[in-house]
Design a protein around this ligand. Structure first.
Ligand SMILES: [Zn+2]
Length: 212
């Protein structure tokens, strides 16, 4: 399912997008498995104002997935900020331009688990709230939780959107359907709705914007 902008400028560049940046203070403390060290990476693309890089997606390790030369891929230690706590009345939405099945390995989910975050069920309350009604009283009755739990990367927003400059990317355990269903006419994965948590909880926070 290749529906986002990796299609543009695709080139055969398997490894040369990978760069190594200093670890963040918290990232340096991460206790990673060998697999996580090599697979939990984050893809950034040039910001539209040309002044830095913005989060694009979690690195898709499948060899057939190629990234444009202008994209950079950095290890989780370089972008990890910390754990964060959300409350039961917080709202969140998916990040646009991130793939539905971004990470074939379970590394990101394992990273959540290793932080003590329960990944046995979807962190949402099960509803798909209509982005057009911020009161949270309107939801799509045709959609419900389903599929595998994964490390869903989300933003604090009523609508699915790209990551705004300067903001963070949050990761929570959410189900396949909440990660990838589309309830509007855009056809974009995870678009048209916002989510609310089942209860208060924790997730992890990554840098959404970088200047090299
Ligand atoms: Zn769900």
């Amino acid at each position: 399912m290749e529906t986002h902008d990796r299609k543009h400028g695709k080139k055969e560049t398997a490894m040369n997008n990978h760069i190594f940046l200093p670890a963040t203070e918290e990232g340096a403390k991460l206790n990673l498995t060998y697999e996580q060290e090599h697979t939990c990476k984050v893809v950034y693309k040039p910001a539209e104002d040309g002044k830095g890089y913005v989060f694009s997606e979690l690195w898709d390790i499948r060899p057939e997935i190629k990234y444009s030369d202008s994209y950079i891929i950095v290890p989780v230690r370089s972008v990890y900020v910390d754990k964060f706590t959300y409350s039961a009345d917080d709202i969140f939405a998916n990040i646009i331009h991130s793939s539905a099945d971004h990470c074939p390995s379970n590394s990101w989910k394992q990273l959540l688990i290793s932080h003590g975050i329960d990944c046995s069920q979807c962190a949402t309350d099960g509803y798909f709230y209509d982005s057009k009604d911020h009161s949270g009283k309107t939801y799509f009755t045709d959609y419900q939780c389903g599929g595998e739990i994964k490390g869903g990367h989300i933003i604090n927003s009523f609508s699915a959107a790209p990551v705004p400059s300067g903001s963070y990317v949050y990761m929570l355990p959410i189900c396949h359907n909440h990660n990838s269903c589309c309830t509007d006419d855009t056809g974009r994965n995870g678009s048209g709705f916002f989510m609310m948590p089942r209860s208060e909880g924790q997730g992890i926070r990554l840098r959404g914007y970088m200047v090299l």
